[in-house]
Design a protein around this ligand. Structure first.
Ligand SMILES: [Zn+2]
Ligand SMILES: [Zn+2]
Length: 346
């Protein structure tokens, strides 16, 4: 099969023929019809994750099952499926209670093993992790869910428990930030989007953001305070830096809830967060890490009904070759919306 292969950290990506994967015990192989290019792919390419080289990236995917291990109960060849980027082991207490997103023995395609920037990908613990794609949902829309959209959905619905009428401030209007804007609006919130790119803010407006703030060095918490009066009920850092995390936390009103979605990789594993404010104002600081397959049905109902439209976040569809050129440049030339890869086109 054709695949995008990473031979060295931060080196050029090569598209070439590699052996087809076989299903792991309890797993399947999926023929990939759509797979999203994500900031996490850039982090892995840049060396922020432990990888075994050579490596095939790609963790946001949808496709058709092409091979099944004999231990799999619920799935057959030909089924249209997607999968959360965190695949639980299926056997531990966390997986059995529907929280595979924090499984201590988790597998992540594109990180712990070869991923979906290829014609086929192997997936583990299929009975725990696979999600059937409803007929009304396209492969592209389903692939858009696996990481950024589902993470934003869980962050706002389960972690921050956003209620209609509340103010939600989203710092960062890339794929996950724009997902958060769309979902917060669908929940009836009033949304403020913050980004340093005017194009990204225009995309946020197009998705329903009530206010936008250009982060051009201005005092973001003060700007949020001017709009909301007392600050935001909920804040989201969809970027993942100490600066954006602080801007989001300090934009909260007293007793507000912050959700950290953007990854904060540091040398020491420690990050500066405004804890003095968290104590004095009784802020809730929450982490969010994907979403288990068990939580997908509610989200998929909203997508099938048209209340949520992840397909609107997709700006372009490219082949593996074009994607191999785009990936290393992602951090420098942030383009609004999502880039979707179809590995079956040249
Ligand atoms: Zn588990
Ligand atoms: Zn992702």
């Amino acid at each position: 099969m054709r695949a995008m292969v990473m031979d060295e950290i931060a080196g050029p990506l090569d598209v070439r023929e590699v052996p087809d994967p076989t299903p792991p015990v309890g797993g399947v192989v999926v023929e990939v019809h759509a797979t999203g290019l994500c900031g996490s792919d850039w982090h892995a390419w840049a060396g922020h994750e432990e990888l075994t080289l050579p490596h095939v990236p790609g963790h946001e995917l949808a496709g058709v099952i092409s091979a099944v291990d004999s231990g799999v109960q619920r799935w057959s060849v030909g089924d249209r499926v997607t999968v959360p980027f965190v695949c639980g082991c299926g056997a531990c207490n966390w997986c059995r209670n529907g929280n595979a997103q924090v499984c201590p023995n988790q597998q992540q395609p594109g990180f712990t093993h070869d991923g979906s920037f290829a014609e086929h990908v192997a997936l583990h613990a299929a009975d725990t992790n696979l999600v059937a794609i409803p007929e009304a949902v396209s492969f592209e829309a389903a692939a858009a869910l696996g990481c950024r959209f589902a993470t934003a959905y869980r962050a706002l619905t389960v972690r921050a428990a956003v209620r209609a009428g509340e103010w939600v401030t989203v710092v960062g209007a890339g794929g996950v930030g724009l997902s958060a804007v769309m979902i917060a609006k669908a929940l009836g919130a009033q949304v403020i989007a913050v980004d340093r790119s005017p194009e990204a803010l225009q995309a946020a407006k197009d998705l329903g953001a009530d206010h936008v703030i250009l982060a051009d060095g201005r005092d973001v918490p003060a700007a949020v305070g001017e709009i909301t009066g007392e600050g935001s009920h909920v804040s989201v850092d969809a970027v993942g830096s100490e600066q954006t995390c602080a801007a989001a936390v300090l934009s909260l009103r007293r007793r507000g809830r912050h959700v950290q979605i953007g990854l904060l990789p540091t040398e020491t594993g420690l990050s500066q967060v405004p804890m003095a404010r968290a104590i004095a104002w009784e802020l809730d600081l929450l982490g969010s890490h994907g979403m288990a397959a068990a939580d997908y049905p509610g989200m998929l109902r909203l997508i099938s009904s048209g209340a949520l439209r992840p397909q609107d976040l997709i700006e372009r569809v490219v082949g593996l070759g074009e994607a191999a050129a785009l990936l290393p440049a992602m951090q420098r030339s942030a383009t609004p919306g999502m880039t979707m890869i179809n590995p079956r086109i040249a």
